[in-house]
Design a binder for this molecule. Structure first.
Ligand SMILES: O=C(O)C(=O)C[C@]1(C(=O)O)C=C[C@@H](O)C=C1
Length: 361
């Protein structure tokens, strides 16, 4: 066979496979519609989103991936198929820390896929309020960064909000210097979110030491400003450069090569166990000697892994603190269930913020 014949044969084969894929995806979508009908008949109100089931589907896709596509690419394709299937009923309304072009938007799309109705908001507390009011089904907010630590504002919101944590998603953060200026010496101001400025501190000290740094509410907002100011630069991600059609002068200026941010999915719905889950708690101990030790002792005794503990002022009085604790496992599963019963007895304040599937993608 000559080259043209080989190409034609391969393309014929691809056409035949595409027809099969299309038939199969349509069949899958009809099954998902039937699942939706069953949920509705059983009296399900609200949305049909089931994060525990989605996590199981994605985990199986990763486990059985035969290649040559990477796990990440394969999971992304299935993520979009599920997103489109779910949207057949009604697209999820997802509020996030906007404007368009923020890493939080990238996190929302990574977690829910593109078949959603996006609601960009200007502040973390607005995202909480929109979900509390029922104007959005879920919200996406940043909670911690591998270089800069926790986003206190998000943790503090749980002190006043009844919302639950329904999921998590991580994003590798690559910061770029986005500007219409042709070279570094032409830059007079740099706009970015406080966390992003901090994540690029060494690079800024070395390359733009005397340039004014201006904190704005988000990276998307920074890029928006740079659109109208030729002698300003923004530190933001590629999505912001794309959305606002701005050139990137220097790529990857973050100090830490593995700079990653974790985001929480917040909502009202309790999530069933998926087989590989986390539980987030908000607790306070009585103000007496050994109280924190007594609080945590059941975790060690029952061999429940604690992934994280953060303390924050309780806002109930001076030097009074609450603890945000992340555990391995679901609150309904042992040994977490009985450990939580013990913990509740020791604590002066105790709330399960949510059990949810560990981030898959
Ligand atoms: O299994 C379900 O409950 C479905 O609704 C189907 C499906 C899917 O496409 O696989 C769609 C949406 C849910 O979030 C989970 C899974």
């Amino acid at each position: 066979m000559n080259e043209a014949d080989s190409l034609r044969a391969l393309r014929d084969r691809i056409d035949a496979l595409d027809r099969q894929i299309q038939t199969l995806i349509s069949e899958r979508a009809r099954c998902a519609q039937q699942v939706g009908a069953i949920k509705q008949a059983a009296g399900a109100t609200g949305n049909f989103y089931r994060p525990e089931r989605e996590a199981q589907v994605l985990r199986r896709v990763l486990e059985t991936n035969p290649g040559p596509l990477s796990n990440e690419e394969m999971a992304r394709l299935f993520r979009e198929i599920m997103s489109a299937c779910l949207a057949l009923e009604e697209p999820l309304r997802i509020a996030f820390l906007g404007p368009e072009g923020t890493f939080t938007q990238a996190a929302a799309l990574k977690h829910f896929g593109k078949s959603i109705h996006s609601i960009p908001l200007r502040a973390i507390d607005e995202v909480f309020r929109e979900v509390e009011a029922g104007s959005a089904d879920y919200g996406v907010v940043p909670v911690e960064n591998s270089t800069e630590g926790v986003v206190n504002h998000t943790l503090d919101m749980f002190l006043q909000s009844p919302l639950r944590i329904c999921g998590e998603v991580q994003i590798r953060i690559n910061h770029h210097l986005i500007t219409r200026a042709a070279e570094l010496p032409a830059i007079r101001r740099i706009y970015s979110h406080r966390q992003s400025l901090a994540q690029c501190r060494e690079w800024l000290d070395a390359n733009l030491p005397r340039v004014e740094q201006i904190e704005v509410s988000s990276n998307g907002e920074a890029a928006l400003r740079v659109r109208d100011e030729a002698d300003a630069a923004a530190i933001a991600g590629q999505c912001a450069a794309d959305i606002y059609q701005l050139p990137t002068l220097v790529r990857n200026i973050e100090d830490e090569p593995n700079n990653t941010t974790r985001f929480l999915i917040i909502g009202t719905q309790p999530i069933a166990p998926s087989g590989d889950d986390k539980t987030a708690l908000l607790v306070a101990s009585l103000n007496r000697p050994g109280a924190l030790f007594n609080l945590l002792e059941p975790l060690a005794r029952n061999k429940v892994s604690m992934n994280r503990i953060e303390s924050r002022p309780s806002r109930r009085g001076m030097w009074d603190y609450v603890f945000f604790i992340d555990l391995d496992g679901h609150a309904q599963d042992e040994p977490v269930a009985s450990t939580l019963t013990e913990l509740r007895e020791q604590a002066s304040l105790f709330r399960v913020l949510g059990s949810y599937p560990k981030g898959v993608l």
